[in-house]
Design a protein around this ligand. Structure first.
Ligand SMILES: [Zn+2]
Length: 315
């Protein structure tokens, strides 16, 4: 019994921002230097380089550039975009080639490429070939789950599925924007019912029960699955009830050692021109460079290793 208590105490200490290799501050990226979710395909707001220039001008040093995978299926390409990529394998390749060329020519920012994949594909099956082209996969958590908002139960199910599918696609994976999707759903429904959004109580917004938080922390400890703290949170923290729920939902995960990502999820030039100040909300939860750099370190190691393999094969 005493040994168990000691192990838990040691584990708790290990998660209190004291992961190995983090004592040299210069080895960490600051929050606003990272964007692990920037739309750079069909939905990008400008030409690739001007689009990246906006992010770099605001201080970004490491970015995951991505697009929605479903937009490359003819049945899901419902609107036309200013940017053109073909559908199907030709489109996947054209986008990834563009992002590779961009990463090779930009010396002012470190780029990784990815896909944002709809969470429903965890149930219905994924498209393996494009998935294998990505450095990172982000799972789009939807605001709508059979008429209900996402919650702790739906997220735990998804995390289990993600951990399983990661065995086939061994790259870092991110659960995209779970918390704000719930807030968005609840507010939309309240407005539709003629309810005053300000009258919604924090308990209604709460994503997790304490037991679910413990389970999420247990499932994610030591894995390469991250939870996104997206910039959409900036608009919700001004509502006291949303703010209280976000703090209660996220802070316990932080204390239990869950690793996060920060991101803009920018699609438009107008949003890319606004300064990205994640500390406005991350400071409420205790999310810092210490619990958001793990994915970057992992991606850098994988990139270096790929270079080594290419070097050895003379390509
Ligand atoms: Zn997105």
């Amino acid at each position: 019994m005493r040994a168990t208590v000691l192990i838990f105490a040691l584990a708790a200490a290990a998660w209190a921002g004291e992961l190995p290799g983090q004592s040299i501050r210069r080895a960490l990226f600051e929050l606003k230097e990272m964007d692990m979710h920037l739309h750079a395909g069909l939905e990008r707001g400008a030409g690739l380089d001007p689009w990246l220039d906006l992010a770099v001008a605001d201080g970004r040093k490491v970015i995951v550039v991505l697009d929605h995978l479903e937009l490359y299926r003819p049945s899901d390409r419902k609107k036309t975009f200013a940017v053109t990529y073909p559908t199907g394998p030709a489109g996947h390749k054209a986008l990834m080639d563009d992002l590779d060329a961009l990463a090779a020519r930009r010396k002012d920012v470190i780029l990784f490429k990815g896909w944002e994949v709809y969470e429903g594909e965890l149930d219905t099956g994924v498209e393996p070939d494009p998935m294998r082209m990505a450095d990172v996969i982000g799972w789009h958590i939807s605001p709508n789950h059979s008429g209900q908002p996402p919650d702790g139960g739906t997220l735990i199910k998804r995390i289990r599925q993600i951990l399983e599918i990661q065995k086939r696609f061994p790259v870092p994976m991110i659960v995209f924007h779970p918390f704000t999707m719930r807030l968005e759903h609840i507010q939309r429904k309240a407005k539709a019912a003629g309810r005053d959004v300000k009258a919604i109580l924090p308990g209604e917004y709460r994503f997790f029960t304490a037991r679910q938080q413990a389970e999420v922390a247990h499932l994610l400890q030591g894995t390469s699955v991250y939870i996104e703290i997206s910039n959409a949170q900036a608009q919700y923290i001004n509502d006291p009830a949303c703010r209280e729920a976000l703090i209660a939902d996220i802070k316990s995960l932080v204390e239990a050692g869950v690793q996060f990502t920060v991101s803009t999820d920018n699609h438009s030039v107008a949003s890319a021109k606004k300064p990205f100040v994640p500390v406005e909300y991350t400071s409420l939860y205790g999310v810092t460079p210490f619990n958001t750099n793990t994915i970057v370190r992992e991606l850098l190691a994988m990139k270096a290793k790929r270079g080594l393999i290419r070097g050895a094969s003379g390509k």
